[in-house]
Design a protein around this ligand. Structure first.
Ligand code: GDP
Ligand code: MG
Length: 597
């Protein structure tokens, strides 16, 4: 294929600014999809994604577009829109020469827009600015255009006005893609060098690998190798993606395609890896490859302890199609057998939890999520802390280090005060404050990741009445005074309720948690002491008083069926209870830590 007739591009947009709607319009306009095939939000095809309105996995789609009587091949590469998936975004961007920058004309530029835009600019992508939703009565194209001009230094005439809803500006966008985005460079005769930018799990056909060829040509049946994993495969099927797959015999430099080679496990396919030929390999792997690392760790336990093996089987299946999920078996005195899992972030964790429940019918308890801390031990080695139980004895280490992020928050000037206050409460340090317009401010903070992963974003939304957007990326580790906080019920530590927290916050955390548990732990035949402790030091205490009467007492002499009903009811209640020492703890108690405010 003539490389001069190929354009590879992605769409950069903040969530809800209209990326999916516009993408659908482009497919419609180019007749890639017929009216009949047209569903809302074609690119978001997983149920979960559709409900959340987030494109979780990036896909690619090829369109044919005739411009000045020449046919062009346009490859649209979809990028995930959430910070948990920023490495995937960076690889999708690396597969393109240009990007549509879509900004909602009624909302203006948001944090996610800026971070992804910077990524695109780092990769020298040609940026085509588009103001979307100009049909909205609240749209302020003039004001938002000023923001965009400030941001990318374009001319006002370069900005395309569009409405995904009404279909305006679609042809202008397609023309700009052809006119402004450079054709790919590369040489089809050189050794094969193709980058994997995504993979899609298909239970019947194995993993479908999406790639962009930079140099060389891949042919059906070729013997190929993934450079970073060192694994070798046969290219059983290659092709390009429309609404359905279109198998091809060759795909050469500049183009985008899919590969099927019987790979059964998602983990074998690493985004960012390079595909080359076994016989005539390329000299270098494509730059920018990283092994994605989990950022958030939590225990997952079956509510019903007899379902452990079933949970294991479900986790194994999930892992087949989710390369970023990691787990290993773990035991908890309170919860029994379960798994310590690593996630890319909180959204990823919620997705896994939901998929376990929906796709596998499991009911699970998730323990307090935690980031990965590192202890600098007395012998100068580092010990990784993925769970409170990994925390070494304070006499054995010099200090604990925790991951810090660089966070960007964009809000209205009215909310600058409350936002700064919230960030300081979360141990953040303000680094910069930039006025994007008279009314909108970007605030930059250094913050501990541990403070962001919980409910930070919800709090931010609340204090700013929804007018705040957040983006962050991981920077470095800093020494922090972290301690392990334990919760005891009648003197017995409930391991599933332990957490690693900052010393200055431990007292507050312990107090709130004890109060919350007091509400949740039902009265029993004896008094229950709820205590929070750091080491042997008790820092908070609450008491659940003993029950005054036996529940059955009121049934004495009463009819037997009523008694049986009561007992049955108790038994049902018990199913969701866990025995800790002599205390019965309801399942919600283990989640209480997540809801401390
Ligand atoms: P994404 O999150 O960026 O993919 O955004 P979507 O395409 O899912 O759009 C988010 C919401 O905005 C949906 O409710 C769309 O119907 C709506 N929307 C998208 N484009 C337009 C537009 O041009 N005008 C109006 N009024 N609404 C739009
Ligand atoms: Mg979308």
């Amino acid at each position: 294929m003539d490389m001069q007739k190929i354009r590879n591009f992605c769409i950069i947009a903040h969530i809800d600014h209209g990326k999916s709607t516009l993408a659908d319009r482009l497919l419609q306009f180019t007749n890639t999809v017929t009216e009949r095939e047209m569903q809302d939000q074609l690119l978001d095809n997983m149920d979960l994604e559709r409900e959340r309105g987030i494109t979780i996995k990036s896909h690619a789609i090829q369109m044919k577009y005739t411009y000045q009587e020449e046919e062009y091949t346009l490859n649209l590469i979809d990028t995930p829109g959430h910070v948990d998936f920023s490495y995937e975004v960076s690889r999708s961007i690396a597969a393109c020469e240009g990007a549509l920058l879509i900004v909602d004309a009624s909302q203006g530029v948001e944090a996610q827009t800026i971070s992804n835009l910077y990524l695109a600019m780092e990769h020298d992508l040609e940026i085509i600015p588009v103001l979307n939703k100009i049909d909205l009565p609240g749209a302020e194209p003039e004001v938002v255009a000023d923001e965009v001009i400030d941001l990318i230094g374009c001319d006002r005439e370069d900005i395309i006005l569009a409405s995904g809803k009404e279909g305006t500006g679609i042809e202008d966008i397609l023309n700009a893609v052809v006119e402004k985005i450079p054709a790919p460079k590369g040489n089809a005769d050189e050794p094969l060098q193709a980058m994997i930018f995504d993979s899609v799990y298909n239970p019947f056909r194995g993993v479908e690998v999406l790639f962009r060829v930079f140099n060389g040509t891949i042919n059906k049946g070729d013997k190929i190798k993934f450079v970073n994993t060192g694994r070798e495969y046969d290219a059983d099927e290659i092709g390009v993606l429309g609404i359905v797959q279109h198998p091809q015999n060759t795909i050469s430099a500049g183009n985008v395609g899919y590969l099927i080679s019987g790979i059964k496990v998602a983990k074998e396919v690493k985004v960012g890896d390079t595909i080359t030929h076994i016989k005539r390999p390329c000299a270098n792997a494509i730059k920018g490859f990283e092994n994605v690392k989990p950022m958030v760790f939590a225990g997952i336990y079956p509510v019903d302890t007899t379902e452990f093996e079933e949970l294991r089987a479900s986790m194994e299946k999930l892992q087949l199609n989710d390369a970023s999920l990691v787990w290993e078996p773990e035991t908890s005195a309170a919860l029994g057998f379960g798994f310590r899992c690593g996630f890319l972030g909180m959204l990823h964790m919620e997705i896994i939890q939901e998929r376990l429940e929906r796709e596998f019918g499991m009911t699970v308890i998730t323990t307090v999520p935690s980031v990965q801390f590192k202890a600098l031990m007395n012998d100068d080695t580092f010990k990784l802390i993925n769970a409170p139980s990994d925390m070494p004895d304070p006499n054995l280490f010099k200090h604990i280090e925790e991951p810090y992020v660089h966070a960007s928050i964009i809000t209205k000037s009215d909310y600058v005060g409350p936002v700064i206050q919230l960030c300081m409460e979360k141990r953040g340090q303000i680094k910069n404050q930039v006025y994007l317009t008279a009314d909108r401010v970007e605030l930059i903070f250094d913050m501990p990741l541990a403070e962001i992963v919980f409910d930070f974003f919800d709090k931010l939304k609340t204090i700013s009445r929804g007018y705040a957007s957040l983006d962050y990326d991981l920077r470095d580790n800093k020494a922090s005074k972290m301690v392990r906080l334990d919760v005891m019920l009648n003197g017995e530590v409930v391991d599933a309720l332990s957490a690693v927290v900052h010393r200055d916050k431990a007292y507050e955390w312990g107090k709130r948690l004890c109060e919350k548990l007091k509400e949740l732990v039902p009265r029993q035949m004896f008094e229950i002491a709820i205590q929070a402790a750091i080491g042997t030091k008790i820092i908070a205490r609450e008491t659940v008083k003993a029950m005054r009467k036996n529940v059955l007492a009121k049934c004495y002499g009463g009819d037997i069926s009523r008694k049986r009903k009561l007992l049955d009811k108790q038994k049902k209640g018990k199913k969701r209870m866990r025995q800790v020492g002599n205390v019965e703890v309801p399942q919600e108690a283990f989640m209480a830590v997540l809801k401390l405010d």
